[in-house]
Design a protein around this ligand. Sequence first.
Ligand SMILES: Cc1cc2nc3c(=O)[nH]c(=O)nc-3n(C[C@H](O)[C@H](O)[C@H](O)COP(=O)(O)OP(=O)(O)OC[C@H]3O[C@@H](n4cnc5c(N)ncnc54)[C@H](O)[C@@H]3O)c2cc1C
Length: 398
Amino acid sequence: MQSPNNLKIAIIGAGPASLTLAAILHHQNLPFTIFEAHTSLRNEGGSLDLHPATGQAALKEAGLWAQFVKHARPESDVAKAVDLITGEVYFDQNGPDKEETEGKSEEELFAGRPEIDRGALSKILYESLPEASVKWGKKLVKIEPSATAVKGKHDLYFADGTEERGVDLVVGADGAWSKVRSLLSTIQPQYSGISLIESWHRDVKSNPWLHDYVGAGTMFAFGQDCAVISQRQGDGSVRTYACLRTPEDFIQTCGIDWQDQDTARKDFVEQYLSHISEDLKWVVLECKDFSIPRSLYELPPTFTFSHREGVTLIGDAAHLMTPFAGIGVNVGMTDSLSLARQIITASKGEKTPDDALREYEADLFPRVEKAMQKTLHGKETHFTENGTKKMVDMMKGH
Ligand SMILES: Cc1cc2nc3c(=O)[nH]c(=O)nc-3n(C[C@H](O)[C@H](O)[C@H](O)COP(=O)(O)OP(=O)(O)OC[C@H]3O[C@@H](n4cnc5c(N)ncnc54)[C@H](O)[C@@H]3O)c2cc1C
């Protein structure tokens, strides 16, 4: 049998789950190659809050805690809850109510859910890796068992016509529409019932009202079939999601011309958000630097995949969920931590690589089901009448 030390490991995708796995493996001097469809590291995307027992634990295991502390924003771990219809503010942890950060130890500051920009997180992880370990512009189009006598090896085929043969362990970290997943399951993500318009105001200092209204962290307002969520980013910009429960083809059939962004935003507010508070309408209208419509998809909470020697999944590929519990990245980084620990143990010869995968998957499925149920529950309760109030009560443990 091949020594587990010499396993040829291919990780498909260079999102946060993949980069976390790679960073932990590299910290233990274990080789791997990442194959990513994009031609460079993606910097776009919003702020993410990393929790101590999950995302933060994975960064510690990758030896990247100091870099995280440098780039994270514990001061953004504040929330404001607003009634969608009346605009009543139920609570606001900004300003005078905000707890003082001065004089607090690092442990106290990071005990909550400090925010970090997705771009900063990706950069910290990526810069810890050997340059040649990431192959850009490699879109996986096919994966199949190798035609060799050795069971569990796979061949990878990329859109640029290149191939990678005889891979011992393929880790599908290729997100929502994972190509690797199709080898392990026939189940495809389903429309979640929610579509949203994501809009940005790049330099929020130029708009003092928006700056103060949204605050330093997250502002949220939920109601019947509708929500407005805004988030401050590390570069001072504000990102707003205006969400609606709609049929799947809403974006294509609602009659709004999304190419003309300014008119589209106004039409959207006029036609679909006329019932919400004036302040919240204004938040959506003021995020005018960039807008994009998105439909959200999800896998069922009971989703599992068949065990197959030499192949497994991490991150959204294994558990695509909506952002309404805000835990997708933390769950994905926990997958990476759990799988990395198994690979490291196998590399020491303490178990076979196949047993390592089985044990990873035995940890994955129940852990992920809990997270997906929580997310589904969030989606179902928040998008109802008085959704903000229900969420606030939930946060207070009522
Ligand atoms: C609107 C929105 C808001 C969100 N907000 C939050 C939040 O606040 N907090 C949170 O924790 N989570 C949030 N999430 C969820 C979070 O973004 C995901 O859980 C996270 O990005 C998953 O990371 P990943 O590495 O598994 O996949 P991804 O980030 O999707 O990365 C997958 C990578 O694989 C690459 N790839 C895909 N197909 C192929 C292929 N065939 N070949 C090669 N490469 C491929 C892609 O280009 C990509 O780089 C949000 C999601 C959405 C949609």
